[in-house]
Design a protein around this ligand. Structure first.
Ligand SMILES: Nc1ncnc2c1ncn2[C@@H]1O[C@H](COP(=O)(O)OP(=O)(O)OP(=O)(O)O)[C@@H](O)[C@H]1O
Ligand SMILES: [Mg+2]
Length: 237
């Protein structure tokens, strides 16, 4: 199948910056003249129309003129793994409709960015995890990881598991998890690139409490090599 370019934005953990990095990548690709479709198929912790949830944050930061329903297909208010939240709500999240929606987006846009939920092996359906979703959608992975001590192990584990499942890892993006000056930043970058044999971008800096579209555009986008992203997306098409 001829897919448009894009990425599945996965992570070593929840709360490491997938939404922030997805927004930065979307703005970077847009600056290169690409139209970008964004998709957060599964969200827990916030209802779909909660202004603090990923769906509405991405919609606001990227000034997307689309309905929240078109950005997200399953949302649960409880801060639980999606499978657990869905079971509590008496629902089952199924892969088919998510794949169909992603295919529609790939026809509408030059590039599609799909944000996962939590880390790579988080269960979503009764028999499938975020990794299975990434496999079904077919986009190369960008793995977002904390720029802090301890990240080397989590990131290499995630890269290894992704590859063992047949996923193509396009890059790792290190993202600051606090304003602290991390002594490990330079060595983290080097060790992950060397032992993971993977492209590493970042670390993206901490933006403080004011995270919004302007801050992401002015402070993070210049640090993402959009030409490289473009090539990485295209190489795995
Ligand atoms: N570079 C940064 N500077 C400042 N704050 C950041 C940065 N990156 C992430 N954050 C903040 O850290 C928190 C977690 O980030 P984010 O929501 O992007 O993580 P996530 O991996 O998408 O989490 P989830 O698994 O819930 O989708 C958010 O409050 C976000 O605004
Ligand atoms: Mg998120």
């Amino acid at each position: 199948m001829n897919r448009c370019s894009g990425f599945f934005v996965a992570a070593t953990d929840t709360g490491v910056g997938k939404t922030v990095v997805t927004a930065a990548m979307a703005l970077a690709l847009r600056e290169r003249g690409q139209s970008v479709g964004v998709f957060k198929p599964v969200q827990s912790g916030f209802d779909r129309d909660d202004p603090d949830g990923d769906t509405m944050l991405l919609r606001r930061w990227l000034e997307l003129d689309v309905t929240p329903e078109s950005l997200n297909m399953a949302a649960f208010g409880k801060p639980l793994a999606p499978l657990v939240a869905a079971r509590l709500a008496g629902e089952e999240i199924t892969l088919g409709p998510i794949v169909e929606r992603s295919q529609q987006l790939s026809k509408q846009y030059d590039a599609v960015l799909v944000e996962g939920a939590g880390g790579l092996l988080v269960p979503v359906g009764e028999t499938w995890t975020i990794a299975d979703l990434a496999i079904a959608l077919g986009y190369p992975l960008v793995i977002v990881a904390r720029a802090a001590l301890g990240t080397v192990n989590h990131t290499l584990l995630t890269v290894r598991v992704a590859r063992s499942l047949g996923l193509h890892v396009a890059a790792v993006v290190l993202n600051a998890s606090s304003g602290a000056d991390e002594a490990s930043n330079a060595s983290n970058h080097e060790l992950i690139a060397e032992f993971g044999d993977v492209d590493v971008l970042g670390p993206l800096p901490w933006l403080g409490d004011r995270v919004d579209g302007d801050a992401i555009r002015s402070r993070l986008v210049p640090l993402l090599d959009a030409a490289r992203l473009d090539a990485l997306a295209g190489s795995a098409r």
